[in-house]
Design a protein around this ligand. Sequence first.
Ligand code: FMN
Length: 1018
Amino acid sequence: MAARLRFNAFTMNCVSHIHHGQWRRPDTRQLDYLDLNTWVDLAKTLERGKFDAIFLADVIGTYDVYGGNRDVAVEEGLQTPVNDPSLLIPALAYATKDIGFAFTQSILQEHPFNYARRLSTLDHITNGRVGWNVVTSYLEDTGRNLGYGGLPPHDERYERADEYLDVIYKLLEASWDDDAVIKDTENGIYADPAKIHNIDHVGKYFDVVGPHVSEPSPQRTPILFQAGASTRGRAFAAKHAEAIFIAGRNPQGAKAHVDEVKQNAAQYGRNPDDILFYQGLSFVVGGTEEEAKRKKAEIDEYASTRGYAAHFARRHRHRRLPVRPRRARREHRDEQGPGHRQGPRRGRARQDVDLRRARPLGDRHADRRHARADRRRAPAVGRRRRRRRERHVPRHARVLRGLRRRRHPRPAGPRPRPARVRPRNAQGKAHRRGFRAPPERPSSRRRAPSRAPAGLALHLPNPPERTMRTPKTLLPLLVLVAGLALAACGGSDSSSGNADEFADAKPVKGGTISYGHEQEPPCLIGGWVQQAYIQRQFSDSLVSQVEEGEIVPWLATDWKVSEDQKTWTFTLKDGVKFTDGTPFDAEAVKTNFETWLNPKSLNPTVDAYIGEYYKSSKVIDDTTFELTLTKPYSPLLSALSQGYFGILSPKQLAKGPEANCEQPIGTGPFIVKKWNRGKNIEFVKNPDYNSAPQNAKHQGPAYVDGITWKFLGDQTLRYGSLTSGESNVIYNVPTVNWKDAKGKFQVQQYITPGRPVTFSLNTAQGVFTDKKVRQAFGYAADRKAAVESAFNDVIPYNGNGSLSQSTPDYDESLADAYPHDVAKANQLLDEAGWTEKNAEGIRTKNGKTLTAKVVYPAGSVVSAEGVTLLQNVQEQAKEAGFDIKLVPSSPSETFSGKYSTPDSYDAITWYWTSPTAGVLYIVWRQNLKDRPNGNNSSFYNNPKLEDTIEAANSTQDEAEQQKLYAEAQQLINEEAAAIGIYTQTTSLASQPELRDVWIENSQGEPVFHDAFFAKKQP
Ligand SMILES: Cc1cc2nc3c(=O)[nH]c(=O)nc-3n(C[C@H](O)[C@H](O)[C@H](O)COP(=O)(O)O)c2cc1C
């Protein structure tokens, strides 16, 4: 599995950064750190060597714990003396073209108002190439010297940091409008005063009125880095950072860290895939093995244990380090964070040592002894060990999900695109350096960071060797003292819990998975996402969508599309059988398409996706199937990857809808043995399964013997069944139990792409026919706060009413659409003529009250927590004079179509999971061929919108498509035809021993084919 590596040089404006003792070597330039030429040479060298950025560490203070004073630190040049890193940047930027510069600054150091100006200035003069490593300081004298009377407590520093960033965001993102600077030389107006705003921040630590005093810079907020290792630090990183340094000792440790941060990031409403993780790894590289060995020996010779000890000691100022059993040690390490491993390996000498009282080791002998210990953790050297390290790199890369790479041969035809928002400045660029935001980035009012940096890597202890001349000879030498980092993206799963003891377990056969699901559909197949979840267990689709949004082979091994984009030819897997013995072939695929689209056996969702694009199906030969469309349809492959498009046995299909409702048959890993309505579905394993998708973890039959798919609608009972051990895994963990589940189980959360849960406002009949009233409803309530509170900060708010934030081509500029603004709501309602109020404070017009019937499909769309949210909105909307009547629709009412006509509600809450922005076509068309579009729950008719969406669906030009889908979202938003609330989200929690359950990417269903019950490792 090839991963693209991103390189980031990690260094510091001082003599000895982290590789202590090396400054004494005659062949380094560490003593020249005061000479600007040294840094310019370094920057140019790294740029030639294709590094993405230079990262400059920093501390404010001295290492004075070891030996009870700072003597050793000073003697060793251990980050003392140290100069300001940010002041190097202008010179380095001037001497280079596109390399990025990330520098460290503590939030204790400077008032955010002043610092915001420094950031803007640096971003301007580097043309968007600057990044900020946000730290909270750990040296005691930092606090003393900056007037805090000592270092504020650890968690309080992070609390302060949160507010600090809040102020920074407000100043950099919200104070100046994009079009504030006019530069109108004719009229002598440089900037428009109306477009520059105060921020009026009043907080616990800072009061800042604003406005920001610099004009908007290329990135506005520079790329944010973070390296917090504690629980609080990781949460902070998850909330703010776009690139995170980790120091996992092994792939499992790295994975745990990455998973935790991603999980937290999702809870902050961020796309976890937008965060890059950089793993620190050290290498010694030579032109030959001998050369590398020689260099390593030199490093050992110069390594200063005193330096490491003094550096390390600060972490344990109040600790003794007793001998600990393995597990306790691991916990201790977690508590300390990965950075904990930076010092020499703890050996016997560290047992029960109070480092405050430890005496400095001054002698060469001690240095050697510790250097020997250090060697055990030292970089790989020479051929054999180098190979081992090389194996290590891809393993980390796997954990970190590697980079944007094309793992599979790209299918012919329209380019499938990621299922989630891609890191913006990684988009389509093989190796983009520097941090400048791409032009398409909406630059105003960014709240949570969502970009990922161009990337970089790690550890240059100091300026390069004097002898470096060309990148070719230089780079290996550079890496001699450099580390390497891997950047990563992708991944929806976010497991944690106490599953470590099973982390390395090998698959074992046997056992039946007891799975607690939420909703029971009326049939096992059909057009509801819950049916697709079930269908996935017993049938296979033609293609599968992988995490990065790529389409990979499944029942189709290959496909191509004609020049006019209308004829698709699929090559099918040979030798596959349905579980009733019927061969899987092109005829079977043809029968499926024809059955799905036959009015008598219609699959409404298949019809919604391709009904109007479908022309004909043709069998070319047993393994070649041809699909002809009426017009180009670029989301086709994404659509086909979903469970609704699972291929079913033609023999069974011939028995009619009823038989297939109860006992559908596919080629999948499990067979429906029995559906005990109201209770469960019993699945048994398909012993002959040979058609897993390419992205499965293994081919061949499932490891487990079967699944008991239980329907546990009550969320408390469902979670209780997990904690009691009655269920091995459950769906949709109640958000109130999320934190508990994270500590005990493996948890995964998946933010479903498609249409988020929205208020669809009835534009055809009732109070919401007036656009101003619709808009007023949007402004009337603090939907974001209501979501955060009702879902305990677990399920993200989604202000964009058209697409969920994980959908490709989601328009982020609408993330905060219709923010809470009662004054605006009042103004709009006044303008709409709702000027009077009755005794209850409800607005009236011509004797009618401003009453809106809001229907919510209880149990099928809106959970108990969702009801709390709606009640919050109801309460708040009252302030603007709305009378909201909440009306639950039971599942049977929902499925019988009780609330599907314009006279049946004023607003309804809906979602629609879909891996493509093509879902807009499904939701916003007015009419289908022969009937109104039941999915258009706003009854909104706008030919311009339909044309825009159809043009987006048909174009092959990705940029054009993105633009058109964005236009469609903006139109829907401007019309307030739907108001966004929250993302439809799948979560899973499984017992630690149940391994390798994963969430599928097109819709978010659990996949059990790879799952197995691990045995405890000895
Ligand atoms: C690769 C890496 C680089 C770091 N660079 C700095 C730095 O330059 N300045 C600093 O004060 N802390 C730095 N740190 C420390 C972290 O910011 C953080 O304080 C530390 O990992 C402990 O985490 P915690 O604060 O969440 O307990 C770095 C950590 C790592 C892993």
